[in-house]
Design a binder for this molecule. Structure first.
Ligand SMILES: [Zn+2]
Length: 112
């Protein structure tokens, strides 16, 4: 059953509603995190393509792989249709990562 936001809010227990109000009064960090997680989950379920070969990924396939990386508050994820695609991605990521860090180290050295 689809609910709009007002219907969803009116179905909450008073304790939960107070928690949401407190969170919103403090910047809404928890609400934002829950909404972001749900959006990511939906995107993963509904529109999943291999980030290497672009083929559509069956969300229930046993050969589906997903990597999550980056800081906790804004992590990124990449899904793959097979282990070969994931391996290709990791190899390129490693090269990119080393290159990026070398540039950063060179910049740091020249600043001093
Ligand atoms: Zn692939």
């Amino acid at each position: 059953m689809n609910k709009n936001f007002a219907e969803m809010v009116s179905s909450l227990d008073i304790e939960e509603l107070i928690k949401v109000k407190r969170d919103l009064d403090n910047g809404g960090g928890s609400v934002a995190r829950i909404v972001n997680e749900k959006l990511k989950e939906r995107a993963r379920r509904e529109d999943s393509f291999c980030c290497v070969c672009s083929s559509r990924i069956d969300p229930f396939s046993v050969s589906k792989f997903t990597l999550t990386f980056g800081p906790d508050d804004m992590n990124k994820s990449a899904s793959f249709c097979a282990m070969d695609c994931m391996e290709h991605f990791i190899k390129n990521l490693k090269e990119f990562w080393v290159e990026e860090n070398q540039t950063f180290i060179k910049r740091k050295k020249s600043e001093n």
